[in-house]
Write a protein that binds this ligand. Structure first.
Ligand code: ATP
Ligand code: MG
Length: 244
């Protein structure tokens, strides 16, 4: 089963009287274990797409399905559960809480889960270990390098053991050494732990490692690497299902 399915997804925003179409009929699937990059120029709809993938936003038309279930059919409580259990978000490199330690930042999403104190500690330590920062647990963000902060953000996304990690330009503000280390880490988590990644990037260092690349131009999507037989035919099959 597909982890996520976009069926003829449209997203537009209103700026005063003007309608801006960010996504214009996008069909797209993510399968378990995928390592997918979304590319495209500034303003092409990458962040919009990640927000929809993370169920942080809803489409203007078309349907987003997570594990076969239409997101539009879920109520607020079910959506919250889905977001907190299935999706790990790395939306901005430096959105860590400055007064909390790396450990406390990583543990934050677990407060929504019913875990004992010991389980919380174990999970948090395990997430920090998986990004190579177990010895930095007590450091605050301002005591860490940019690359280390980005890894804390990944540990925080991993700590709930989500089905999918979404990252918006994860290497954008990193120097070459840190960017390459992060790419290695993502590949390793993908290969060894089967974590599914979807991220936006312009970064060639990252793109070299990616098995599936989709490109957005003016809100339209094309698959430039790792195309699947059913890519692009969904709109024909499902046109009647449009949800307005
Ligand atoms: N909240 C919003 N209100 C109005 N328009 C928006 C909003 N968010 C995005 N847009 C518009 O939608 C389009 C796509 O924006 P989006 O942020 O998805 O692009 P992007 O590919 O992530 O760009 P970048 O590479 O610069 O981050 C743009 O034209 C943008 O102006
Ligand atoms: Mg963006």
């Amino acid at each position: 089963m597909n982890l996520i399915e976009f069926v003829s997804v449209r997203k537009s925003y209103w700026l005063g009287e003007t309608e801006v179409t960010a996504l214009d009929g996008v069909d797209f699937t993510v399968q378990r274990g995928d390592f997918v990059a979304i590319t495209g120029p500034s303003g092409s709809g990458k962040t919009t797409m990640l927000n929809l993938l993370g169920c942080l936003d809803t489409p203007s038309a078309g349907e987003v399905r997570v594990l076969g279930q239409a997101v539009s059919s879920l109520d607020e409580r079910e959506l919250d559960q889905l977001r907190s259990r299935s999706v790990g978000l790395v939306l901005q490199p430096f959105d860590l809480v400055p007064v909390l330690t790396a450990f406390e930042n990583v543990a934050l999403p677990l407060h929504l889960h019913r875990l004992s104190r010991t389980q919380m500690q174990q999970r948090t330590q395990e997430a920090l270990r998986s990004v190579g920062l177990e010895r930095h647990a007590g450091f605050r963000p301002d005591q860490l390098s940019g690359g280390q902060r980005q890894r804390v953000a990944f540990a925080r996304a991993l700590v709930t053991r989500p089905d999918l990690i979404l990252a918006d330009e994860p290497t954008a503000r990193l120097d070459s050494t840190n960017a390459l280390a992060l790419v290695e880490l993502m590949k390793q988590l993908n290969a060894q732990s089967g974590v599914t990644f979807v991220f936006s990037t312009h970064d060639d260092r990252l793109l070299r490692h990616v098995t599936r690349i989709v490109d957005l131009r003016d809100g339209k999507l094309s698959v430039t690497r790792g195309a699947r037989p059913d890519d692009g035919v969904a709109s024909g099959r499902y046109r009647l299902l449009e949800v307005v």
